[in-house]
Design a binder for this molecule. Sequence first.
Ligand code: TRP
Length: 341
Amino acid sequence: MSAAITSCGAAPVILTGDRPTGPLHLGHFVGSLRNRVRYQDTCRQYIMIADAQALTDNMDDTRKVNLNVIEMALDYLAVGIDPKKSTIFIQSQVPELAELAFYYLNLVSVARLERNPTVKEEIRQRGFERDIPAGFLTYPASQAADITAFKASLVPVGEDQIPMIEQSNEIVRRFNRITGRDILVEAKALVPEMGRLPGIDGKAKMSKSLRNMIHLHASPDEIRAAVKQIYTDPLHLRIEDPGHLEGNVAFIYLDAFDPDVAGLAELKAQYVRGGLADSIVKARLEACLQEALAPIRTRRQQFEKARGDVLQLLQEGTAQARETAAQTIAEVKAALGLRYF
Ligand code: TRP
């Protein structure tokens, strides 16, 4: 498996990952998964299943995290992430990451962690108030460890994660300055051009609690039912009325999934002029989604039948990731003088 990656010697290193807390959905597909399939040909890509990070706010439901690790791997493989090109690994099985995070905690203040806008917002969403798990508050240091262990220069993330990359880079700069060596590498956030995909109800984000998502492994019937419910233009009451495209989820999804760009532009013009029924827009969207998701579903079913092989792939990827992380932690400890024998 590692042999296939040698051609990427001078390629940029990418580190990316997801918390395994639930099935992946169309938002993940558009925002990250399909980009990963592209990056894996030109970059040295590490994809981490962040089970340890997921525990920072799921300690009361570890089973949910455990079960979703393999589910996430199945989704990765189903969309075409190729373990011969990308290294897929499980965070908790690379203890070097925890070790690295332990040292990084000394390079960041509690006040700075509390000011991190992503952490701040997540604390608010989760309703922790004063009962913030220390592991949760400090997860930016752990995320810095994830990124720097692989000397990643690019980290594909949504806009909301940019403060994480900034904080990671602060840690890198402090470490390199204090030790006087350029061991750690700063990373750039790689934010997708296409914004976040809204939920089918028009809310800004797909989320489990809002029940407004389409899962990557949705059945044809589930896709049909979801498209029927999709939020369009509430002012478009009669077919002849002019319709609006802003905030119209059917068109936002078409932008993401319809390969016929010219045809879609025509459809939009007609909608805006008036005289085009929502049902026609939705039928086109349904066809696009069915076509995009069918091969993913088929591939997933194949991998589901070979769970043993999937575990084996994860084990190999994890061993490979561990080797790289071990090299970095050795350099870091040497730079800190933590070498006695
Ligand atoms: N925080 C990411 C998420 O919520 C997962 C993650 C963990 C990650 N470590 C990372 C992403 C490092 C990018 C880089 O899904």
